[in-house]
Each structure stands twice: as structure tokens, then as C-alpha cells.
Write a protein that binds this ligand. Structure first.
Ligand SMILES: Cc1cc2nc3c(=O)[nH]c(=O)nc-3n(C[C@H](O)[C@H](O)[C@H](O)COP(=O)(O)O)c2cc1C
Ligand code: SF4
Length: 432
């Protein structure tokens, strides 16, 4: 058994390719950055990230972003930070420079969202596409605590992506990666999790193609493996490149961690430095935005990836705010770093507090998920435990009293039970 403390373990550096992170606590990507309507980082985007850098995060991932014009159009959480045109490079450069200018030694990672796949919103006469035509039954197998979707929601049926579309998207991701590199990002993550475009290829749950992109592990890995190889060719061997992946569908007929790990091992042959693991998808949102620290470790998910990928690919695990759990998993080699989202909304100083042995001072996220409700209902994201969150810049957008009441009502079980009944009755009437 290790004699080192969680502070010592989480405070040690981590080298990923040529990049050294100063510690093992990473801010996960979150669409809370309030970019401008035309897709550029705002003062608030930069202030939010700079605050997390000052709180001691070893790396920050820039969430709520899109790699392609298609993703910008079909995004369910708009507006987004864009990487789909060279015109965005100066603003992206400013974001990276200003976060670096905190002097904290933080690394800044771009999250490239190629397309939203099964979660895309058809707009402007354009359809959406995915590996195979399969809708998402939102939260079909459970919603996070205090999140409700009255009447349920089934997303529009996507088209089966053509080979031409797959190749076009690959080139668009390569171009976005070139822009991220030009803007000075320290690392790049391709988003291939939840029910988004690339994710839909990985599991038989959403991929029932009969061509070279469906069926065997090699075939299901192909679209993403080709994209990783093409991005690697563009950015060179030395830039930290990774994927964000779901480790488990948590849906009957879906794929578990061993299956996802096997597909990932095939993709990793194209040159991956890290994998950021999340759990579940939109059908099993309660697993994705869990209230239980260390659930992924308890269910053996990172363990399956470590066994399949070996020690060369760094593994980040989500939703493990308990420092002792994260440290134990780093110490025994299961993971390399902890990646936190909500905990760093509630307390941006969590990394410094953990690493300086000031755990008693941590403000613990309560997992009551008003931040999630705000995201889903497109109200500026704030955290009720941290009045500074979402207001790091004086120019930030704030929610008004009406919106605050709406968010409260949307988390109230009694009101939501009534809303659910009413929505289902209306659906029945419509179906008659
Ligand atoms: C408000 C909010 C916004 C999010 N936006 C993104 C996003 O843009 N990209 C992404 O990959 N995940 C996003 N997520 C998911 C988180 O990165 C993370 O996977 C999830 O919250 C579970 O981690 P946690 O338990 O540490 O919060 C978001 C989560 C929240 C709460
Ligand atoms: S609103 Fe704050 S405390 Fe509540 S779940 Fe979100 S981050 Fe945690």
C-alpha cells in the first residue's frame, strides 16, 4: 500500500507526449463559456478558464466548441466556439495566450466536436446523420438527479452517413486541428463520446451498417481511426492528441467497457496520446452525470481501457471528486489523472486545496444539477454554491429572476410530475 498522500499523488506532474502537465487534476470540457453569437470566445470565456487556471488545474479543456460548420449549425447547445474557419484563429489565439498569461503553467486543450450525430438538430433544410438511422430516447434509462424531461424526448431520426460525408467530415476535423495548433493549444481532443457523430460508429447499439464501417471491431473503429491518423499527419507526432469517449452505453443491447476498449485499442494504432473517459450517453444520462464519486472505477471501466491500451495512452477518468479515490487509482496505475467538471464549477480552487492538503476547505458540489438544467434549458449556466461562477467577467450574461424561477421549477419533482402527466396526455391527444 502506498504511503503517499492524495496531495502528493495528485500533485505530481504527468507527461503526455512532449507535454508535461504540472499535476493530475484537469478541468473537463463544459459548454458554460458564453461565447459570442458568431462563435468567438468572449471575455467571460477567458475569465472562466483563467479562474480555473488560478485555482490550480493542471490543464483546462475548452468545451462547448465545434470543429465544423455543420456542427455549428446542428448544435443542441449553441452558440459554440468555432474552429471551422481560419478567421477564428486570432480569437482562439487570444484565448490560449490569456489563459497562459495567468502564469500558472496550465495547459490549454481544444475540444473538437466534428458533428452531433444522433443528437444533432436538423436546421436550415439540412438533415442530420449518424452511423445508422437511430434516434436517441433522451434519458431512456435514467436521468441525472433533479433533471426531468416532461413527456420524454425522442430525437429526430438521423440518416445513415454516406462514405462521402464521412470523408468530408474527416477533412474538416483535420482543418480544425490545424487551426487549434496554429492558435497555440497545448493539446487536442476529438469528441467521440455520448451520441455524437463518431461515437455512433463505435457501438453496435447505434451502428448496424453492413459496409466497411460496420460489423467487426476494425470496421466500427474505421471512421475515427482514419480521422485520428489524418489529424496526426497534419499536426505532427509531437502534439498531444486524444479522444473523449464513452466507456459504457449502460443500455440493453449496448456495448460495455470491454467492447469500447477493444474498439479504442484499434483506433489507438493511429497514434493516440490520451483518452478522456466519460460514462453512459444521452440514453443513460444518469450514468453520465452521476452523483456517485468513483462510479466508473467501481464498475471497472478505466480498468478495461488500461488492459486494452497499455500504459502508453494516458487515461483520464470523470466524476471522481473524492481525492483519495482518484489518487488510489493513479497510484495503482489504473488512470493517470482525474478530470472534473461540476466540482470545478462549485470550487475552482479545488486543485490547489487538494494539492496543498487543505481538503477541509473544499466546497463540495452537491450534485443537485441546477447547472445541468440551465444547460439543457439554454439559460446562462451558474452554480448556486459558487456565486462567482458564470460571472467571472464583468461583461458576463446573467440569468434574470424569471429564468431563475424557471430553473427552480424545472428541478422540482412535484411540478415536474404534473408537467410530465400533462405532456403525456397532450401526446396521446395528438396521436388520436
Ligand atoms: C454545465 C455542463 C456543461 C457541459 N458541457 C460539456 C461539453 O461542452 N463537452 C463535453 O464533452 N462535456 C460536457 N459536459 C459533461 C462534463 O464534461 C462531464 O463529463 C460530466 O459533467 C460528468 O463529470 P462530473 O461528474 O465531473 O461533472 C458538461 C457538463 C455540465 C454539467
Ligand atoms: S449547480 Fe454547482 S453544486 Fe449544483 S451540481 Fe452544478 S456544479 Fe454542483
Amino acid at each position: 500500500m502506498s504511503t503517499r498522500t492524495p496531495a502528493e499523488i495528485l500533485g505530481q506532474p504527468l507527461t503526455i507526449n512532449k507535454l508535461t502537465l504540472k499535476n493530475r487534476v484537469i478541468l473537463g470540457p463544459m459548454a458554460v463559456l458564453q461565447p459570442t453569437e458568431d462563435g468567438r470566445p468572449s471575455d467571460q470565456s477567458i475569465a472562466f478558464l483563467a479562474r480555473r487556471a488560478k485555482g490550480g488545474a493542471g490543464a483546462v479543456f475548452v468545451g462547448g466548441s465545434v470543429a465544423t460548420a455543420r456542427a455549428f449549425r446542428e448544435s443542441p447547445f449553441s452558440p459554440n466556439i468555432r474552429y471551422d474557419d481560419d478567421a477564428f484563429i486570432p480569437d482562439l489565439t487570444q484565448l490560449v495566450d490569456e489563459v497562459h498569461a495567468t502564469g500558472t503553467g496550465v495547459a490549454v486543450f481544444a475540444q473538437l466536436f466534428p458533428a452531433f450525430g444522433r443528437m444533432g438538430v436538423p436546421r436550415d433544410g439540412h438533415g442530420i446523420s449518424s452511423a445508422s438511422p437511430k434516434s436517441v430516447d433522451m434519458g431512456g434509462f435514467g436521468l441525472p438527479d433533479n433533471v426531468y424531461i416532461p413527456g420524454g424526448r425522442i430525437t429526430p431520426l438521423p440518416n445513415e452517413a454516406t462514405v462521402e460525408e464521412i470523408k468530408e467530415l474527416e477533412q474538416a476535423v483535420v482543418d480544425a486541428a490545424r487551426r487549434a495548433k496554429a492558435a497555440g493549444f497545448d493539446g487536442i481532443e476529438i469528441a467521440a463520446h455520448m451520441c455524437y457523430f463518431y461515437s455512433s460508429f463505435l457501438s453496435p447499439l447505434a451502428n448496424f451498417r453492413t459496409d466497411e464501417y460496420g460489423g467487426s471491431v476494425e470496421n466500427r473503429a474505421r471512421a475515427l481511426k482514419d480521422a485520428v491518423a489524418a489529424v496526426r499527419l497534419e499536426i505532427g507526432p509531437d502534439v498531444a492528441l486524444g479522444l473523449r469517449l464513452s466507456a459504457n452505453d449502460h443500455v440493453p443491447g449496448g456495448q460495455g467497457p470491454d467492447g469500447f476498449a477493444a474498439v479504442t485499442a484499434e483506433i489507438a494504432k493511429a497514434g493516440l496520446d490520451f483518452v478522456a473517459l466519460t460514462d453512459g450517453n444521452y440514453e443513460s444520462m444518469k450514468d453520465n452525470v452521476t452523483s456517485e464519486s468513483g462510479k466508473m472505477l467501481r464498475e471497472g471501466e478505466p480498468q478495461a481501457f488500461r488492459a486494452a491500451l497499455g500504459p502508453q495512452v494516458a487515461l483520464f477518468v470523470s466524476s471522481t471528486p473524492d481525492p483519495a479515490q482518484a489518487a488510489a487509482a493513479i497510484e495503482d496505475g489504473t488512470i493517470d489523472a482525474t478530470m472534473l467538471a461540476r466540482q470545478l464549477l462549485a470550487d475552482p480552487d479545488y486543485p490547489n486545496k487538494v494539492i496543498e492538503g487543505r481538503q477541509a476547505e473544499i466546497v463540495w458540489c452537491d450534485h443537485a444539477n441546477s447547472c445541468m438544467r440551465r444547460l439543457i434549458l439554454q439559460v446562462p449556466v451558474q452554480c448556486h454554491l459558487n456565486p462567482e461562477m458564470g460571472r467571472e467577467s464583468p461583461s458576463s450574461k446573467r440569468s434574470n429572476a424569471g429564468q431563475n424561477l424557471f430553473i427552480w421549477a424545472a428541478g422540482n419533482p412535484l411540478l415536474m410530475a404534473i408537467a410530465d402527466k400533462a405532456a403525456r396526455a397532450a401526446q396521446k391527444r395528438k396521436a388520436r
